[in-house]
Design a binder for this molecule. Structure first.
Ligand code: ADP
Ligand code: MG
Length: 356
């Protein structure tokens, strides 16, 4: 195994230093801390970049919770910042210029039956088109749990297949096409050309973006996880999929780590720490060429800009428990905690005996 000195630095400094980065994806299992980490990354980036946009594509939006501010599908300046914007988009939600809901439902169901994933591909490409014209220096994605994100990244090929299928089946799916023509508001006679043109245009945007996604100078994917078996397993799957899609990834954030500190006496906590250590060792072994950032599990949630800023310290300097195991200071603290506990127990025992 590599020695400490050979390991890449355990922070996200490399991301802040990479000036050519345009897209930063943050992904992982639900509840591991994606929103917290992407919010903090966007705050840190806002200090070194002219403008930053953070986009949540997770239908279970919680940028609003993290920043304690309401966000919508248009970029909104985050309170307390001059160059950090946030927006929440739902990749499954229909376009605004579409007609009534009933028509939309049948349109979407017809179309997704014909070309699975095209509805999402369409709104994702619309969103990318919008974002691209806005000229942000860097865009951070707080993505939905793993499977979903990888589907988004596959959209160019989904669209390509969809387009080919449309061409070959356009007679068979005349109904779908005529519904689409109403939706896009084009004349019936020209609907086929118009719609195919629209999809072609969409494909262009998404192809261009996809080229950027595959360029490690412009795009990177940050994997967030926790030191547990399932999360390790899922991270490995994610890293393999990203490699398959040729998307760069070299940062892992391990969140909710229990550090051996504060003279922990709880057997449960000690057992959990041992378990975590086993998986931490495995992370370091499997990803010795990654920047691995470890974040401590806090007693409270990370809510609001102040909490995010304060927690962001651990992204730049590896977290150090305040007290080192085995030192005089630590042993003194443990002895005094045990003395307190002994005193409490003796008092309670005394009370119980008297009560008999
Ligand atoms: N290291 C941590 N210590 C304590 N609470 C945390 C930590 N990281 C995240 N949280 C809290 O856990 C919850 C889930 O985190 P979140 O970032 O929303 O996860 P995800 O976006 O992956 O679902 C939030 O309430 C967040 O404040
Ligand atoms: Mg989230």
């Amino acid at each position: 195994m590599a020695t400490d000195q050979e390991l890449p630095e355990g922070t996200v400094q490399n991301i802040l230093d990479q000036e050519s980065l345009k897209w930063v994806f943050v992904g992982g299992k639900g509840g591991v801390g994606k929103t917290t980490c992407s919010s903090i990354l966007s705050i840190l980036l806002s200090r070194v970049r002219s403008s930053v946009l953070i986009i949540s594509t997770d239908p279970a939006h919680n940028l609003s919770d993290a920043f304690q501010q309401r966000f919508t599908k248009t970029p909104t300046l985050v309170n307390g910042f001059t160059n950090l914007y946030a927006m929440e988009v739902d990749p499954t939600v229909e376009n605004e210029d579409l007609p009534n809901v009933e028509e939309m439902d049948s349109f979407i169901s017809d179309l997704t039956n014909a070309i699975p994933g095209i509805d999402e591909a369409m709104s994702f490409s619309e969103m990318l088109k919008l974002v691209q014209t806005m000229d942000y220096s860097v865009i951070v994605f707080d993505t939905a749990p793993t499977g979903h994100t990888l589907r988004l990244l596959q959209f160019p090929s989904t669209l390509e297949k969809g387009l080919a299928k449309m061409m070959s089946l356009k007679n068979k799916f005349g109904g779908v096409l005529s519904q689409m023509s109403r939706i896009f508001g084009v004349d019936d006679r020209f609907y086929e050309d118009a719609i195919l043109g629209k999809i072609e245009g969409m494909k262009e945007v998404i192809e261009q973006v996809n080229k950027q996604f595959k360029d490690p100078d412009m795009t990177t994917f940050v994997c967030v996880c926790i030191p547990e078996f399932l999360s390790l397993y899922e991270t490995e799957r994610l890293v393999q999929e990203l490699t398959k899609f040729e998307i760069d990834t070299h940062n892992i954030i391990i969140n909710q780590v229990l550090f051996d500190e504060e003279a922990v006496e709880s057997k449960l906590l000690k057992a959990r720490m041992r378990m975590q250590q086993k998986y931490l060792d495995q992370f370091y072994m499997l990803y010795d060429d990654f920047h691995i950032t470890k974040l401590p599990l806090l007693p409270q949630e990370v809510c609001g800009v102040e909490a995010l800023k304060s927690f962001s310290r651990n992204f730049l300097t590896p977290y150090q428990p305040s007290i080192k195991k085995g030192t005089v200071e630590e042993l003194e603290q443990r002895v005094s905690i045990l003395q307190e506990q002994l005193k409490d127990a003796e008092e309670e025992l005394g009370r119980l005996r008297e009560g008999k």
